[in-house]
Write a protein that binds this ligand. Structure first.
Ligand code: ADP
Ligand code: MG
Ligand code: ZN
Length: 750
């Protein structure tokens, strides 16, 4: 009986999901939801408060834009940046969604017209800046409206603990006082747990659902290059990104202008951006970047907050940043559209001086120490040789690789496949002799010196301090001639990472030999260290995402068409179609409307407005050139087809599992037959279901009580990740049990 009830409920939910997907395609042109979007939207539509922490480019806007289409009244969006509002509203209008903004950049006549339209119920979404709420007249006007949802974007701006506090955001407290029953959604891409709680408290969110997405950005590749011949390296990098948007972050205003000049001399269109520029120039430079008039923005960190450009393909840090929080936000501006993009940091320890200059000026001791520690973290990140992604995600308190992938049997393979450490072949060299030399130098000089000093002694430097200390008389003095100074430094870094050496913390960290190093010397062990490689500039493999082998000639043609359309309408090109869409067009070559709308990013309005022109361009191009076209996969089957491919590769194993299940063999036994863990078998079942195989899993069903409890937990926490469910259930159930229930629920839905 229970089974029966479950099925009807599941059917209902399938029906609901389909409906939401239809809306998503119709209005926004997207085929599938990004992680968490669907469950956030469902929650919002239940008129409950929601807190969303999702990385830049995660797709936060949709979490209130889609509900806005379903709710009876107005959706009010608070956004801190006037420049962003216009782009967002333009994009919505382009998709046929009635949206407007009201801020100080508009003449009063426009404001009056918009206010009247809203009262007539013509507008679905209204963007305002927080300062508007300080106006008495506006509050009075609000009172006359039927507001269904209030969305607070960049919600961290309300917290004084955050790094971007804006006093105007305090006005937002008014909402819950005045409209306690109107649901609110707060969204941000940056908030420590303290800031999260502060946001919830300051906005008085009523027992909100917290959605915290992973900060892993799979489409980004992280690289650190040694900052030597930096400008040549930059040119090398740009070579790979012809015609694509790039941001180069610099340390100083002067540096931005210099580098922009030098790039222009090399034939690139690069513009500087910093707070010292005249505001009209700043605005114009930003505009040119956003509208693809200029390819490269050379900027200080003043640039970025107001930028939602989805197709930035590379972010370069010409000097290392002052903290990892800022760094991750800055690189987060790459690849918002999900296409492979690169983040490159040019690192030289010597650049620490630039930072120290400012650190030394800080009066407050505590603050100075804090900032200096943050800087050390950046240095540690840059000098570290293991997976960059793992390092940075763990710095933000996330486990990487995530549990779900560990349970998929990837444990032990910690390679992310998209950072310089993981892409680089793991060759080693015999470092026994050089390590002996380094360790004895550290010991002979009394374990009182830092890396640079040890290198100076080993290389036989005439440095004044070395001579004063009489270290030129040591047997290790000048003993190294088969490694350069830089190489020696790298080897020392490796020895620190291998815990052969240790370094104390402090302004001038000194090296000493760790117990492991002592054993190494005593036992006359051999030691292998990772080879020191030249920087990987031209590694092809950027980003882990699958991309289409689209026709680049046609892609450029389509870009030109897009640019012309955008200019005519006075909007940025990405508002017309994203690069994702253009690439799909240049791959599938749809030549009629039925096929055109099947492309990701094409909704009904855009089909109507732009379909004909793009179809004509594609048809003409295809006639003139021989271009292979491809069948457009059916959207909702896409997952299926990739699942089918996976199944294909392991056909026999899957077939056996299926067969054993049909014989109602217990999981344990199936696992034993395959010689794998039970959880691997559950994964098989999952994939089989994805590939639309019919499975009768009824016999595997655990007790009704536990299935009910776990199903409830999934409803509460969402189905994407296991850990929240595991924790929600007070760790009462194992990951296997939880996963099994998820598979059974899925089987009942199919
Ligand atoms: P955030 O505010 O979290 O930084 P945005 O809402 O600006 O992210 O979305 C980033 C990009 O992702 C936009 O270009 C948007 O069109 C795209 N996007 C959002 N949701 C989806 C989806 N479900 N499918 C495809 N693209 C999406
Ligand atoms: Mg946003
Ligand atoms: Zn990695």
């Amino acid at each position: 009986m229970y089974e029966h009830k479950k099925t009807t409920k599941a059917e209902k939910s399938v029906f609901y999901v389909e409906k939401m997907k239809k809306l998503l395609k119709k209005h926004f042109g997207h085929d599938t939801f990004r992680p968490f979007q669907e469950e956030i939207i469902t929650h919002v539509l239940k008129k409950k408060d929601t807190f969303v922490l999702m990385p830049t480019g995660g797709g936060k806007s949709l979490c209130y834009q889609l509900p806005a289409l379903k709710l009876a009244g107005l959706t009010l969006v608070i956004s801190p940046l006037i420049s962003l509002m216009k782009d967002q509203v333009d994009a919505l209008k382009m998709s046929g969604i009635a949206a407007e903004f009201i801020n100080s950049s508009l003449p009063q006549s426009d404001i009056s017209r918009i206010q009247k339209d809203i009262q007539k119920g013509k507008i679905r979404i209204l963007y305002i800046a927080p300062e508007r709420l300080a106006l008495h007249s506006f509050k009075g006007y609000l009172d006359t409206l039927d507001v269904s949802l209030i969305a607070i974007d960049e919600a961290h701006c309300i917290s004084e603990w955050g790094h971007d506090f804006r006093p105007d955001y305090r006005n937002l407290k008014f909402f819950k006082e005045q409209y306690p029953d109107t649901p609110m959604i707060a969204l941000t891409a940056t908030a420590t747990p303290v800031v999260q709680n502060d946001i919830i408290k300051e906005l008085s969110l009523h027992s909100p659902k917290r959605c915290v997405a992973s900060f892993n950005r799979e489409n980004l590749t992280f690289r650190i290059l040694r900052k030597k011949h930096a400008f040549d390296k930059l040119l090398g990098l740009l070579e790979k990104h012809k015609n694509e948007s790039v941001i180069v972050y610099c340390f100083s205003r002067r540096e931005t202008e210099e580098i922009a000049d030098n790039l222009n001399a090399e034939g690139y269109k690069a513009l500087p951006y910093h707070a010292g520029l005249d505001s009209t120039i700043r605005k114009s430079n930003q505009e040119q970047f956003i509208t693809d008039e200029a390819q490269i923005m050379v900027a200080t960190i003043a640039f970025g907050m107001g930028i939602d450009k989805p197709d930035v393909r590379m972010v370069v840090h010409y000097t290392f940043p002052k903290n990892l929080e800022g760094y991750y936000q800055e690189v987060g501006r790459a690849g918002r559209d999900g296409l492979p993009s690169e983040c490159v940091l040019l690192y030289s320890y010597g650049d620490k001086r630039k930072h120290d200059f400012f650190l030394d000026k800080i009066q407050d001791v505590k603050e100075r120490e804090n900032k200096s520690k943050q800087l050390d973290n950046v240095i540690a990140y840059s000098e570290n040789r293991s997976c960059r992604r793992k390092y940075i995600l763990e710095y933000f308190g996330e486990t990487y690789p995530p549990e779900s992938s560990i349970s998929k049997g990837k444990k032990g393979n910690e390679s992310c496949g998209a950072c310089d450490s993981c892409l680089r072949p793991r060759e080693t060299f015999d470092a026994t002799i050089i390590t002996q030399k380094i360790l004895s130098c550290v010991l002979r000089t009394g374990s009182r010196f830092g890396k640079n000093y040890i290198v100076a002694v080993l290389k036989g430097s005439r440095d004044e301090q070395v001579l004063r200390n009489r270290h030129d008389s040591l047997s290790v003095y000048g003993i190294v001639n088969d490694h350069s100074k830089d190489e020696l430094k790298e080897i020392i870094t490796s020895l620190l990472q291998e815990s052969v050496l240790i370094s104390d913390k402090g302004k001038y960290p000194t090296l000493s030999v760790a117990p492991k190093g002592i054993t190494f010397l005593k036992q006359k062990e051999t030691l292998h260290l990772p080879k020191i490689h030249e920087d990987l500039i031209d590694a092809k493999n950027t980003g882990k995402r699958e991309t289409l082998e689209y026709n680049t000639g046609l892609f450029e043609k389509l870009r030109t068409v897009r640019k012309q359309l955008a200019d005519k309408r006075g909007v940025p090109p990405f508002v017309i179609f994203s690069d994702v869409t253009l690439q799909a067009l240049a791959y599938y070559l749809p030549q009629n409307k039925e096929n055109f709308i099947k492309i990701e990013g094409v909704g009904e309005q855009k089909l109507k407005e732009f379909g004909e022109l793009f179809i004509a361009t594609i048809t003409t191009y295809a006639k003139k050139n021989t271009v292979p076209s491809h069948d457009i996969p059916d959207k909702n089957r896409r997952k299926t087809s990739s699942a089918k491919r996976k199944i294909h590769a392991n056909a026999l194993k899957y077939h056996q599992t299926k067969e054993m299940v049909s014989r109602k063999m217990p999981l344990k036994k199936i696992a034993k037959e395959h010689g794998v863990k039970e959880s691997t078998i559950i994964n098989h079942l999952d994939r089989l279901l994805d590939a639309e195989e019919k499975l009768d899993l009824g016999y595997l069903t655990p007790s009704k009580e536990s299935i009910k409890t776990i199903a409830h937990a999934f409803e509460h926490c969402g189905e994407e990740m296991l850990r929240p469910v595991f924790e929600y259930l007070g760790e009462q159930y194992s990951y296997e049990e939880i996963k099994l229930v998820r598979v059974i629920l899925k089987a009942n839905m199919e």
